[in-house]
Design a binder for this molecule. Structure first.
Ligand code: HEM
Length: 358
């Protein structure tokens, strides 16, 4: 296998956005750190959603489909993230991020035309919610008003990917229709949140619980928890824990209702963004990185360290959020970040090991 160097500069921008986003996250938690730029703390959400994940997700598609224009969205996402924190008065960053998401819709349109299937349509709607969320944010809506759109972007993209990767289980027509109904409910709830946040929160909550239960029968992850191959088993645990947090997130939406700021807002968002999204990234990295860089990832038992730390620290943070324990909440957030850095370190180590063994 040969290292594909072309995506590396794009990955560099995405990683830069992640590092700034994590720094901003610590500022938002109350850690006394230099602010770096006046707008950094407020840019945490856009950096995470668009600068980092937007760039990464569109890059993966560009590498897979191999059309040159498709490298534009990840570039715009990476640059847009940086401009958002550097140039505040001009909305140049948000404009680039919105264009990146429009490009994302373009990429998924090509994919859905090539293969019109439940998974591509799901991912297409994911890109659309990213674009709509960004557009509203560009026109001055508060992040707390549109964050359900950003959440829908990541959840639909990941569940679409899971549908694709679990095709070996051959879900019945009925199961596919059921998924379509749940996804439609999720989209209705997401849209409703713009006009009636409480109603939107309840509908989204029900949909999240349904997606988690639907996965029990239809996602291969649950069947692989005792797989004999260590890497397959590890991936399965990342995914299964992600689905559990998705269900918990749905329950919190239903039980505590809409939140727009404060510790409960923090818990509601990060149970999904860290518990589901980051855990899924931990699980998908051994599949995605070889596809993007052309290098396999060697499984290391130490991968479990990042996984256990991520979930334990998230449980600590969510508990502290609801118990209103500020110091514990700060430590929970910091440990979330340490888990992410261990993951990055282990991934780089594993890629280097694969390269040296060639
Ligand atoms: C890993 C460690 C992380 C830390 C320490 C962190 C910290 C925070 C904090 C403290 C807030 C403000 C909550 C409040 O108002 O009380 C916040 C908001 C937010 N976070 Fe995170 N976060 C992390 C990860 C993530 C991830 C992985 C994502 C997305 C995938 C994300 C997306 C967001 C978004 C969209 C908001 C709302 C921003 C706003 O309303 O301005 N965060 N985060």
């Amino acid at each position: 296998m040969k290292l594909n160097r072309f995506p590396i500069p794009f990955l560099f921008f995405a990683m830069l956005a992640l590092i700034f986003a994590l720094w901003a996250g610590l500022l938002r938690l109350g850690w006394q750190l230099p602010a770096l730029t006046p707008s950094l703390a407020l840019a945490h959400g856009p950096l995470m959603i668009s600068g980092f994940l937007g760039a990464l997700i569109t890059l993966e598609r560009a590498v897979a489909i191999k059309q040159k224009w498709m490298y534009l969205p990840p570039l715009l996402a990476g640059l847009g993230g940086l401009l958002t924190i550097l140039i505040k008065p001009l909305p140049l960053g948000p404009i680039l991020l919105t264009l990146a998401s429009l490009g994302g819709v373009g990429i998924l349109t090509v994919m859905a035309r090539r293969e019109t299937a439940l998974h591509t349509i799901t991912m297409w709607f994911g890109m659309l919610t990213w674009f709509v969320g960004n557009l509203l944010w560009l026109f001055g809506w508060q992040i707390s008003q549109i964050v359900f759109f950003w959440q829908a972007y990541l959840i639909l993209t990941i569940t679409g990917e899971r549908l694709e990767l679990s095709r070996v289980l051959r879900p019945t027509k009925l199961q596919q229709i059921l998924f379509g109904i749940i996804a439609a409910l999720f989209l209705v709830g997401t849209s409703a949140s713009l006009f009636n946040l409480q109603l939107g929160t309840v509908l989204v909550g029900i949909a999240l619980i349904c997606i988690a239960f639907w996965s029990l029968r239809n996602d291969i992850a649950w069947k692989n928890l005792k797989h004999k191959l260590p890497l397959t088993r590890y991936i399965a645990w990342c995914l299964a824990l992600g689905f559990i947090w998705l269900g918990i997130g749905g329950g919190l939406n239903l039980f505590f209702g809409a939140q727009v700021a404060g510790p409960r807002y923090d818990a509601l968002l990060h149970v999904i963004f860290i518990g589901f999204v980051i855990s899924m990234i931990f699980g998908h990295a051994p599949i995605i990185f070889p596809a993007v860089l052309g290098i396999p990832i060697n499984f290391q038992p130490a991968f479990y360290l990042q996984l256990i730390l991520l979930h334990a620290s998230l449980a600590l943070r969510a508990f502290a959020d609801y118990a209103n324990l500020q110091t514990l909440r700060m430590w929970g957030g910091l440990l979330n970040e340490i888990a992410i850095f261990i993951f990055i370190g282990m991934t780089v180590y594993s890629i280097r090991k694969s390269l040296s063994e060639k």
